[in-house]
Write a protein that binds this ligand. Structure first.
Ligand SMILES: Cc1ncc(COP(=O)(O)O)c(C=O)c1O
Length: 399
């Protein structure tokens, strides 16, 4: 008789999202009355701007939004996304090249499912967002880690990518600004990597969800803007979650060449069909309405970024590079490891984060969630007072 595993090997091997796990633990402790400060979640603490909420509330009263709509998204929204892609990503596409998804996360899954056959390799700059390797493996692909540490600003080079390339390398993952590091590639770096990918006939999956959260007057340059020839082999992933404080609305998208978008749309037509029409109408208001609140939120993040880094740098052995984008500080804490803290020898960033949560009631995500040990991620998307208090607890703990 055939031996079946109870849960399929494919799904059984997926790890729980480490960031959500730390955040859930912090929330459980808070619910039990503990004064835990959590830097774990990857979401803005602001409310969604009111004109977006009002558009959604009008949409909910309109019966035409109570029905199925095209699986790949409302034409008006896809038009607005094509316009945003031109404005913010410097890349001309048509509405037909857009598939609206349930958050950027679904777009990430569908991008890899659309491009990968079993054994195809994806060059994955590391530290990486925790979902990427799971999405790649689920699609049958092989994630290949290409590591860049704090010493190189967490930005991989063409030489490193070339050293990792094999005849099975089909896709390059390119994320700028990066989660978890906040690193932003310069125009020259982006162009060099894009040219290299183009010369080797590779596909690019580029995740641009943090493109509007860049500081110091910098701009996140899209790989297709730097190397327009790549547009025919690039899937762009994006969404409203981070820019418009809309994480709960579940609205993202993918954009790319027509054949890939047709295939991804076919997949989505069997998987989820259309995203909630209410969220789609809200997204139209977000993309086409006033952007002043986006600027105000970015200013607040910028202020918190500077507070977080300058306070963290007061801790001996805590190496906090200044992030240029997103809302994370990714610190190299290797100097704190291999030492005794709280009476126990602590060897990994996982153990360090457990110790910090127990001893200081501060939740941070260990580097193991994003690649090698030795790092911790702090999200600074929380109120100024809490932000400061949590770091002061760290200063006391390691002082
Ligand atoms: C790098 C990156 N891409 C995509 C997403 C997906 O965002 P959402 O599914 O909420 O749109 C996230 C969310 O944390 C992210 O950090």
């Amino acid at each position: 008789m055939t031996e079946f595993t109870r849960i399929s090997k494919r799904i059984g091997s997926i790890a729980e999202s480490a960031t959500l796990k730390v955040d859930a633990k912090a929330k459980a402790l808070q619910a039990a009355g503990r004064p835990v400060i959590s830097y774990a979640a990857g979401e803005p603490d602001f409310a969604t701007p009111m004109h977006i909420v009002e558009a959604a509330s009008r949409a909910v009263l309109d019966p035409k939004n109570h029905r199925y709509t095209p699986a790949i998204g409302l034409p008006d929204l896809r038009e607005a996304i094509a316009q945003k892609t031109l404005t913010d990503s410097g890349t001309q596409i048509t509405a037909a090249q857009v598939v609206v998804t349930n958050g950027g996360k679904q777009a990430v899954y569908q991008a890899f499912a659309t491009l990968l056959d079993p054994g195809d390799e994806v060059l994955m700059p590391t530290p990486f967002w925790t979902t990427y390797p799971e999405a790649i493996r689920l699609a049958g692909g092989v994630p290949v880690e290409v590591f860049a540490g704090a010493d190189q600003g967490y930005r991989v080079t063409v030489e490193q990518l070339e050293a990792a390339r094999t005849p099975r390398s089909k896709v390059l993952l390119f994320v700028s600004p990066s989660n978890p590091t906040g690193a932003v590639f310069s125009h020259e770096e982006t162009e060099a990597i894009g040219r290299w990918a183009f010369e080797h006939g590779m596909w690019v999956v580029t995740d641009e969800i943090y493109q509007n959260l860049v500081y110091d007057g910098q701009k996140a340059v899209s790989i297709t803007e730097a190397v327009p020839e790549l547009t025919d082999r690039t899937i762009m992933v994006n969404g409203v979650a981070k820019t418009y404080a809309m994480t709960g609305w579940r609205l993202g998208w993918m954009a790319g060449p027509l054949d890939a978008m047709k295939a991804a749309g076919n997949l989505q037509s069997h998987l989820t069909s259309n995203v909630s029409n209410i969220s789609q109408r809200a997204a139209i208001a977000a993309l086409t309405g006033p952007q002043d609140e986006v600027f105000a939120m970015r200013e607040a993040f910028d202020r918190r970024r500077k507070i977080a880094v300058s306070e963290l740098r007061k801790i001996d052995g805590w190496n906090a590079p200044m992030p240029e984008g997103a809302f994370y500080v990714y610190s190299d804490v290797s100097a704190l490891l291999g030492r005794e803290w709280g009476g126990n020898k602590i060897n990994t960033s996982l153990e360090l984060c457990d110790y910090i949560l127990d001893a200081a009631e501060v939740a941070l995500v260990p580097g193991e969630a994003f690649g090698p040990s030795g790092y911790v991620r702090m999200s600074y998307a929380l109120g100024d007072e809490q932000l400061l208090e949590g770091i002061q607890r760290l200063q006391k703990l390691f002082g």
